[in-house]
Design a protein around this ligand. Structure first.
Ligand code: NAP
Length: 211
């Protein structure tokens, strides 16, 4: 039996929602749903990162916490799944390894999308095997309101003109919610209600995260 964890043997398209998710919040959920709807995606796979290369010196919550919060947050959406692929992979997490594994799992017929914060596009050439990565999946760069769109559009044009790539850009108002702000609020004893699902809020308090 093929190791397909979302029950779809041959989905037409899969969007990978890559992120640290420390914690996952409504901004992430609204973004994933907006992308799914806009590009008619069969399934969205939330992919909490294991050890991201750019956060080696930063303290992030244990991957098991970030994974479980993602499961709680996505449980009620039939189009959403969460993968352990990156948190179970040993060593530094590189997106190219994930995309290659998914390509192998689903075959060439399934179109792969990778959704991530727009900032990532500005430093994507510091990622591993960027040129190959750009060929293997369609990028969806998402931004919060107030983001410098002109610079982003310029960056996208430069990448598109020089490399075989498909890159979309989407502004999502709900992304004014941020994980950094939520962690700060918890630390300062301020409310986080209505910024993330109640199940995730309860999980944060139960395990005393971010204090
Ligand atoms: P980050 O640097 O923590 O996030 C940068 C900004 O983008 C934050 O404002 C963040 O908001 C937002 N963001 C991140 N992911 C998002 C998403 N899926 N949807 C909407 N907003 C998002 O980024 P990260 O979470 O560590 O990394 C993003 C993805 O890029 C991960 O899958 C990571 O593995 C991948 N990556 C790969 C490499 C590589 O292969 N070499 C290098 C760097 C990153 P919040 O804090 O509110 O989420």
């Amino acid at each position: 039996m093929r190791n397909v964890f979302n029950g779809l043997e041959h989905p037409e398209s899969i969007a990978i929602m890559g992120g640290t998710f420390d914690p996952i919040h409504y901004g992430h959920l609204v973004t994933a749903e907006a992308v799914r709807h806009k590009y008619n995606i069969s399934q969205v796979i939330f992919m909490p990162t294991g050890q991201p290369p750019h956060k080696k010196d930063q303290e992030i919550s244990h991957s098991e916490h970030r994974y479980l919060m993602s499961v709680l947050a996505t449980a009620t959406n039939p189009y959403f799944n969460v993968s352990r692929m990156e948190i179970d992979r040993k060593g530094t997490t590189y997106t190219i390894d994930t995309i290659k594994s998914l390509r192998e799992l689903y075959g060439d017929e399934t179109e792969l999308y990778f959704i991530t914060g727009a900032d990532a596009l500005h430093y994507i050439f510091t990622w591993k095997d960027t040129e190959e990565l750009l060929k293997l999946c369609t990028f969806v760069a998402v931004t919060r309101p107030g983001y410098n769109k002109e610079k982003l559009i310029e960056a996208i044009e430069i990448i598109k003109n020089n490399y075989e790539s498909k890159i979309h850009f989407l502004e999502v108002p709900a992304l004014s919610i941020s994980s950094t702000d939520i962690r700060k609020r918890v630390k300062e004893g301020r409310p986080i209600k209505y910024l993330l699902p109640e199940s995730v809020e309860n999980y944060i308090y139960k395990f005393k995260l971010y204090i």
